[in-house]
Design a protein around this ligand. Structure first.
Ligand code: WT7
Length: 670
């Protein structure tokens, strides 16, 4: 039982008191970071002697050559010139070699299971060892070589569901082009009971490329004509007459080919291509507040080292663990903490294709029991969803294998935290609330499970190498108890290096608001014990079920409707999704708002962006609160959506009377 030490969690904003939960006693004996003393001592070294600290971590990996100059070189101050971060430049290595070959040869892990694959349907599962995985990666790399498809510098798009063929990721973790864009995709996939024709979606994408959020992997926004498209036969033999029709799609003989046919006679051996520590590893797209998604670029060495060390310490990894992250591989969480971090440590993981509620609402708990999962990592939105079904469905399953629970994606409310802790963890498992971003590559603020006393809802303290600060509006660093902008003062190895194809946007977005700092875009509070509490996005982003969406993106979709003149979108708290989407639309003159238009708008957003972006509320607005310079005051709209009547200063509004009108017509229920 936790000793419920009562403490205030923040100064006065709520009278509520949060108990502190001590770190797990039974983990301590063999933990990598057993107590706060060890954490502090290592943390201080990582901040004051980062080169020494990280070279020690790097020494566990294979390097063909050593760094040619400084281990860490950077400029975080836009006033002094170009922003850059270089880590171990000149050193050469190969990520795939480190996560597969090295584990097999040096650590003898060839026969160890790398992934238990659990299909959408419970009777569909398989396992793949480190050896098998390496063989598949090599065969696939040889297929690509033979087709003359990929060479160093090429960008490749992968469009697959959560299936073992994702090993394709590793076959490219080395090639890096200008002219072609390839894809490997799956023909179709079941999500719960729904059959989705991925091939058809891919064909549409090739014609008109926009962003797909639902289940996609790499979409290159500057799409070139697709030269080759390799397709996986995934549901073969699993379709009936009824649903077979769904997968009927045109086959383009000029570019399409089947993966299994190409793989048949490919060799199982393929030597690694040695890359520079600072060569690109991958680009992942994340929403930007001003429209176009940002292609976050990560590089080889720093990303490898940081995801490996965070995985090891934050999940206190040991060789007999069975680790499961429920994230999608196409998300940064899937890259860092399904693929690279766990494989770098030689871990055994679960790869799950399905959804938490199919064929029943205890699917997660059933999978934990089936594979005796020890470390489990999911999102607050999933916890809130599953909480709704009560404790009984959970208690039918044996979850005693669990040792550590993790969350990521958005702040976790204490109700969900306590349920996760009490019901899923049976008060035995610390919860690591990991704060990070696509841009940070890995965990930056997080508890360490055997060391950190936990406060529900707080991501607690910075990880090694990460130096946060809290700034006020004027860019002054605040000491002690404080609330403001969360920024970072120096780079850690896996911080993003650029926005693909737009370094200027990288500098403007992250380094110009407060020169000298990386600005995360989140607000935070630091309490009297130094704990960091993330308070949410400071800009206009929406965080729906842990997925960041930009308001601009949703507004652009809404205004594509013929009846819509203008739209403004804000978030509103939602019990399950964390935040949901609330839209204000101004119709064109002469158009009348009807239920049908409302439905059409929801459908439009869903089609343009993805199911995750489906609006919950659409309010017909006669006008919008705008400043005299014409900028929409989203803060005011947010307050209308939430029915918060304390408006603060609205003196800059061109027409303040619109606020009352909008309040009187607000949507109560969806
Ligand atoms: C944004 C980053 C990192 C992978 C998942 C999302 C929010 C993330 C937490 C947390 C509070 C969190 C932040 C952040 N966020 N984790 N533990 N507590 N907020 O990656 O799509 O790049 O989104 O997610 O607002 O900036 P992403």
């Amino acid at each position: 039982m936790p000793s419920q030490v009562k403490e205030k969690n923040d100064k006065g904003s709520s009278a509520e008191e949060t108990p502190t939960f001590p770190p797990s006693g039974h983990l301590k004996k063999q933990a990598h970071i057993p107590d706060m003393g060890t954490y502090r001592q290592m943390y201080n070294r990582s901040i004051h002697k980062p080169e020494e600290f990280w070279m020690e971590v790097a020494s566990e990996f294979y390097w063909k050559t050593s760094p040619s100059g400084k281990v860490l070189d950077y400029n975080f101050d836009i006033r002094k010139g170009k922003i850059f971060v270089e880590f171990m430049k000149g050193a050469t290595t190969n990520v795939c070699y480190n996560v597969l070959d090295r584990n097999i040869m040096e650590k003898n892990l060839g026969d160890k299971t790398a992934f238990y694959w659990e299909g959408n349907a419970p009777d569909n599962s398989s396992a793949i060892t480190y050896w098998d995985l390496l063989k598949q990666v090599c065969k696939f790399a040889n297929v690509l070589k033979k087709l003359g498809m990929v060479k160093k510098g090429d960008r490749v798009a992968i469009y697959l569901p959560m299936i073992p063929e994702l090993y394709a990721m590793l076959a490219f973790a080395g090639f890096s082009s200008e002219s072609l864009c390839e894809r490997i995709l799956d023909y179709g996939v079941f999500r719960g009971e729904k059959l989705i024709n991925l091939k058809q979606i891919q064909m549409k994408l090739c014609k008109s490329v926009r962003k797909v959020c639902a289940f996609t992997v790499y979409i290159n926004m500057e799409m070139h004509p697709v030269a080759n498209c390799i397709v996986v036969k995934h549901l073969q033999g699993k379709l009936n007459n009824q649903n077979e029709g769904t997968l009927q799609t045109a086959w383009n003989c000029e570019v399409d080919s089947w993966l299994d046919e190409l793989m048949m006679d490919a060799s199982e051996e393929c030597g690694p291509v040695w890359l520079d520590a600072e060569d690109p590893l991958f680009i992942l797209y994340t929403s930007g507040s001003t429209g176009k998604p940002k292609g976050v670029l990560h590089t080889v060495a720093g990303y490898l080292i940081f995801t490996a060390l965070t995985f090891k310490c934050v999940f206190d990894y040991h060789e007999d663990d069975v680790y499961w992250s429920t994230a999608d591989i196409g998300w940064i969480t899937g890259h860092s903490y399904i693929t690279y971090g766990p494989l770098a440590n030689g871990a055994t993981s679960v790869l799950f294709e399905g959804i938490p509620t199919y064929p029943h609402v205890a699917r997660f708990w059933e999978i934990i029991q089936k594979y005796k999962v020890t470390k489990f990592y999911t999102a607050p939105t999933a916890i809130r969803l599953l909480m709704k079904y009560g404790n009984e469905v959970v208690q039918k399953f044996d979850l005693t294998s669990l040792k550590i629970l993790g969350t990521v994606g958005e702040p976790i409310n204490s109700e969900a935290w306590l349920w996760y802790y009490n019901v899923i963890g049976n008060q035995q498992c610390p919860i690591v609330d990991t704060f990070w971003q696509t841009e940070t590559g890995g965990h930056v603020v997080t508890p360490l499970p055997a060391a950190t006393p936990l406060k529900p809802g707080s991501a607690s303290f910075p990880f090694f190498g990460v130096l946060p600060a809290v700034l006020n509006e004027h860019g002054e660093e605040l000491e002690g108890e404080a609330e403001g902008y969360l920024v970072f003062k120096q780079p850690w190895p896996s911080i993003m290096r650029s926005l693909y194809g737009n370094h200027e946007r990288y500098e403007n977005t992250y380094f110009s608001k407060f020169p000298g700092y990386y600005v995360a875009g989140d607000g935070c509070k630091r309490d009297k014990d130094g704990y960091i509490w993330i308070t949410g996005r400071i800009d206009d982003m929406l965080n729906v079920s842990g997925h960041l969406l930009s308001t601009a993106e949703v507004e652009a979709a809404l205004t594509e409707h013929l009846a819509v003149a203008e739209a403004a979108v804000v978030s509103r708290p939602h019990q399950v999704k964390g935040e949901c989407i609330y839209c204000f639309v101004i119709l064109k003159d002469g158009k009348k708002f009807t239920e049908q238009i409302g439905e059409e708008l929801k459908k439009l957003v869903r089609e343009k962006i993805g199911p995750i972006a489906t609006p919950d509320f659409i309010q017909n607005a006669p006008g919008l609160p705008k400043t005299r310079s014409g900028k929409i005051m989203r803060r005011v709209l947010r307050q209308i959506a939430r029915n918060e009547r304390e408006l603060g200063d609205i003196s800059t509004l061109a027409d303040p009377s619109i606020v009352e009108v909008l309040f009187s017509q607000r949507c109560e229920a969806a």
